[in-house]
Design a protein around this ligand. Structure first.
Ligand code: MTE
Length: 429
């Protein structure tokens, strides 16, 4: 380990909370090196060695290609996918490697997946979307038909309500940020507002619910209230600029901003207007939250106010003492993120992390805070507050609200312990 301890003599570092948390102003232009802190780069002496010219600078590289791929040196950045499940063909989930990414946008190839019966290979020329039920005139649309409608684009997160369920379990799993929280992604989604199509179909006054069904082998179905469907729900056709991926519902999916991922029905084939919820198997036998008295909550739609530190995070090792950036993601299904606080002493003291101004509603927010690690043990935590004033609860408060068997909608504060050797581990603080 590199033990550059220059910073120990430095008084101009602005400490804002316990165990080494430094002011956001150190991120905002005031150089840490200028403040005398240890830096990650190598300081060159006056006799700097001449750099030798590497092989790739001495000859032309590969020519242009039709569809790009990441560098082979970055090939380790992959979704975290379990081995295929023989008893449930195509079913299961793969997670976004949140700890290996930066910013807020998830590249399409790394968007998490959750399929109940695998990914159907749908020919868009044969796929149809039907709108029926309590409407004046039932309608049918081809993919081509939908492409002709006016579209809108929004940057939005998608989170499975089973995300982070492992953090509600009895023992703290030895895993990474992506392994624990990676049923979460954020993309720019483009599509046609559902209200536009419902206007054409003519919603009858008795209608109060909208049920949607997918064309996959699971025939996944979910109901949402009509007022949400008219407010901001759309049929997504594009994801980060290109047609949505088969894993995300190609050729079309419902997108329900801020709500549990399960209601954003993929491979969308039917929308039916009804006067009550359809009570599909996917909203009765699962996707309900068990309470301590044995009853269950149904239709818990918005995702909770939540944050996770993506670096330093589980299974990483800090290789040197000195300044590290604590960074992570925060989001809420009830608005925009207004504040993220970070603790390095297990919640005894907190400091405000840096957030870009004007955070987007129902999108991920990236937060950052400089941290001086002096080689001692630490417990890193983050706590988000949204624009509606909701504050992320502690793990204990979350667990007391539900049955110990509940694994849905976990949004408690999570802890990464840093050992004196710099090893970072998921713990229950
Ligand atoms: N829609 C259909 N038709 N079939 C499915 O299995 N999975 C749901 C939802 N829509 C699913 C579906 C669940 S549980 C989630 S969390 C999201 O899709 C996941 O979307 P993604 O795979 O694009 O990340």
């Amino acid at each position: 380990m590199n033990d550059n301890k220059n910073y120990k003599h430095e008084t101009s570092l602005d400490r804002v909370a316990g165990n080494g948390l430094l002011s956001r102003r150190h991120l905002l232009g005031l150089s840490l090196a200028g403040a005398g802190a240890a830096v990650a780069g190598n300081v060159l002496g006056a006799e700097a060695p001449a750099l030798s010219m590497p092989a790739w600078s001495r000859s032309p590289g590969r020519g242009p290609s039709e569809y790009g791929n990441p560098s082979t040196f970055a090939a380790g950045i992959k979704r975290l996918a379990p081995p295929p499940n023989a008893t449930l063909p195509g079913g299961g989930a793969s997670r976004t490697p949140l700890h290996l990414l930066q910013g807020i946008i998830t590249p399409n190839s790394l968007h998490f997946e959750r399929h109940h019966a695998g990914v159907p290979d749908i020919d868009p020329a044969q796929h149809r979307l039907v709108i029926n039920g309590l409407v004046r005139q039932p309608l049918m649309f081809s993919y081509e038909d939908l492409l002709a409608y006016p579209m809108e684009s929004r940057i939005l997160f998608l989170e499975c309500s089973g995300n982070s369920g492992g953090a509600a379990g009895p023992t703290a799993a030895d895993t990474s940020a992506g392994g624990l929280h990676g049923l979460l992604s954020c993309a720019e989604w483009t599509g046609v507002r559902l209200s536009t199509l419902l206007d054409e179909a003519g919603v009858l006054p008795e209608a109060s619910w909208v049920s949607s069904t997918g064309a996959d082998g699971a025939s996944l179905g979910r109901s949402i209230p009509l007022n949400k469907a008219l407010r901001d729900v759309f049929i997504a056709l594009y994801q980060n600029g290109e047609p949505i991926r088969p894993e995300q519902g190609y050729p079309m999916r419902l997108f329900v901003p801020g709500w549990e991922g399960n209601v954003s029905v993929k491979w969308l084939t039917q929308i039916k207007l009804t006067d009550m919820a359809a009570n599909f198997k996917d909203e009765t036998s699962r996707y309900t939250e068990l309470l301590p008295d044995g009853k269950a909550l149904q239709f818990t739609f918005p995702m909770g106010t939540k944050s996770v530190i993506t670096s330093p995070s589980g299974q990483m090792t800090l290789r040197r003492q000195g300044i590290h950036e604590i960074t992570g993601l925060a989001w809420s299904g009830r608005g925009a993120i207004r504040r993220v606080e970070v603790s390095a002493d297990g919640g005894r003291s907190w400091a405000d992390a840096h957030l870009e101004p004007n955070q987007l509603e129902l999108a991920l927010a990236r937060f950052r805070l400089p941290w001086l690690w002096e080689g001692g043990p630490a417990v890193l935590q983050s706590r988000a507050t949204d624009s509606a004033g909701n504050v992320q609860p502690t793990r204990e408060v979350f667990l007391n609200t539900y049955s110990p068997a509940n694994r849905y909608h976990f949004n408690g504060i999570q802890s990464w312990a840093v050992s004196a050797q710099g090893e970072v581990k998921n713990v229950y603080a």
